[in-house]
Design a protein around this ligand. Sequence first.
Ligand SMILES: Cc1cc2nc3c(=O)[nH]c(=O)nc-3n(C[C@H](O)[C@H](O)[C@H](O)COP(=O)(O)OP(=O)(O)OC[C@H]3O[C@@H](n4cnc5c(N)ncnc54)[C@H](O)[C@@H]3O)c2cc1C
Length: 461
Amino acid sequence: MIERTLIEEFSKIVGSGNILTSEESLKAYSYDGTTTWMHQPDVVLFPKSAEEIAMVVRIANTEKIPVTPRGGGSCLSGGPVPIQGGIVLCTTRMDNILEVDRTAMVAVVEPGVVLMNLNNRLAKEGFFFPPDPQSFLSATIGGVIAENAGGPACVKYGVTKQYVRGIDVVLPTGELITLGGKALCCGAGYDLLSLFVSSEGTLGVITKAIVKINWLPADRKTILAVYDDVAVAGENVYRVLENGVIPGKIELIDNWVINRFEDMMQVGLPRDADAVLIFEVDGPPEAVEVETKTIVEVATKHGAREVRAAKDENEAGRYWAGRRAGFAAVFGAAATVMAEDVTVPRGQIPALINKCRELSKKYDVEIVMLGHAGDGNLHPSILTDISNKEHYGRAASAMDEIFDVAVALGGVISGEHGIGLEKAKAFSKTIDPEVFELMKKVKTFMDPNNIMNPGKIWPQL
Ligand SMILES: Cc1cc2nc3c(=O)[nH]c(=O)nc-3n(C[C@H](O)[C@H](O)[C@H](O)COP(=O)(O)OP(=O)(O)OC[C@H]3O[C@@H](n4cnc5c(N)ncnc54)[C@H](O)[C@@H]3O)c2cc1C
């Protein structure tokens, strides 16, 4: 419990209209994009400047009060859940796009800017910010950087870490520092900026970001390839790439998810297909035409039963709207969904798919797939119910084996959703013990009182 006098002090810092303490509002900030983990904070603060954040963090550090940074709260690994109570520091009222610099090709933004708002503004000037988590309606730049978010477009354009040029951060001890800048090469010394990308709010609060932006492509086209075997669909991902085309997006949807989509919103996907791949190619119209032709040829040659380019924006829009509804389709289907994030080198996608099928039978659990196949990230998700101990136990065992398989195939346990609350044990198995210890030392050095998002990545601290 935070003392009343401190709450009053926080209220003076952020202003009485920017603090929540009522039971119902604390509840609203007790979970993330899932409802798997819940814990109420003692207070929610909505700072409006880096200086206010620094003042709050300095007090929290002195008083050893946990601080959980929060953006849109759309995380899928428990990141913004204030698992030890204390302060939720929500950046959604720091949502100004400060500058779009056309010559440096960067945008300067506050941490609470929602991705969709950024892209709407950039589109007016012919630009876009490529990393596109499918939560772009609510995900903020701060959260996207803290999770190193990816998305469909990352197969061609790369993930968030490739787009962060500069940040301002309030450290756990309250100092405000600036890292990087607008210049393409902000070079010498240790790359401390990168330390904060995917730090999951455990090393400080990002208060401003300079992000690289790209010109919007002149043209784009969507291609749907239909398969009778999901493993063949997985193989087609790298067949297309090895034939010289880097599509803007390659997403895989398995039979279970296809049927959920069709029940929900009649996307027009074939219900009897074992899987489909949805490709998007983008660029100058001539390149789009050539790449579309190549994808159709390669997929047909390598086992697709049907390949069709969407005839117009309407048809393409339907497929992508369906893809975006994927989260709702999967999460609405079971009391608990273990939505996982294992990612393997593309050549190993069929092996991962086959192993998931095997584990589904072995543990008698539904494992569904809908993911950024172009990145080797299939999001195998297990439908279960946390209140049914026996079923949940089988699901957890299946998931442990999926983690082991992904690592054995040269992959990682978390491609884009972070470690959060529950993947620490699996995480420790995937990196050298020396590296694990080094990372832990960085955390304890920078945050000696362990106030910054305690319980995430390092539950043992
Ligand atoms: C429907 C749906 C689809 C999704 N699709 C994708 C996808 O395709 N790709 C993908 O990568 N993810 C996806 N996600 C996960 C999630 O949306 C992303 O991780 C997103 O980047 C989180 O942004 P946020 O603003 O909601 O952050 P939050 O959920 O609020 O926080 C996420 C983490 O960042 C930290 N944090 C937030 N703001 C700051 C800050 N200013 N400074 C320091 N730390 C901070 C928090 O402490 C927390 O640990 C999806 C989620 C949903 C619900």
